[in-house]
Design a protein around this ligand. Sequence first.
Ligand code: E4P
Length: 216
Amino acid sequence: MKFFLDTADVDEIRQWNETGLLDGVTTNPSLILKSGRDIREVLAEICDIVEGPVSGEVASTDYDSMLSEGRKLAKVASNICIKLPTTMDGVRACRTLTDEGHMVNMTLCFNANQALLCAKANASFISPFIGRLDDMGIDGMELIEEIRQVYDNYDFETEILAASVRTVNHVKACAMAGADVATLPPSTIEKLVKHPLTDSGLAAFVADWEKTGQTI
Ligand code: E4P
């Protein structure tokens, strides 16, 4: 499963890119607001750091304006992935922009039929929002499983990009359900490696090694 970082914070992206674990980045209007940066300027900087797809989201909601904004964002760098909302105008714009050779990430997906439409429109990625479904008392992971089944039934190449990931359990469940990508907030990636038995075991090994008086 690929890991994308879900942030527009350039310092965090640089730091996580150095681990070699990052396969891409996702942003959205709320994350751009949080960064306090100009969208094209910050996307350009992120695209310089990360080799993989960097999602930049359009702000308009009608077909023509989405095309115009999407094309402007795509000019920022060759690894920009245009992020569009999963509406009928968005699906139509997806088809047009992918026909032009752009990568497209369809966002705000909350059911398998939306994901089916986006795959038929040749989306590069579909972004089902797990956490926001969980917030409503609906199991977000079931959606990942349903989309996996639908896409496998028809050999769709659209990648399932699990979004709105909030917990380490989400990450494990996404990997088990066969999501192609999970986009994670930096705080969640950090937690993936943590285990108290790793820490206590390592402390014991370090202490015993010191007692041997050896060096490697
Ligand atoms: C990423 O593409 C999404 O915009 C993001 O994961 C949404 O996360 P949230 O539901 O925590 O805002």
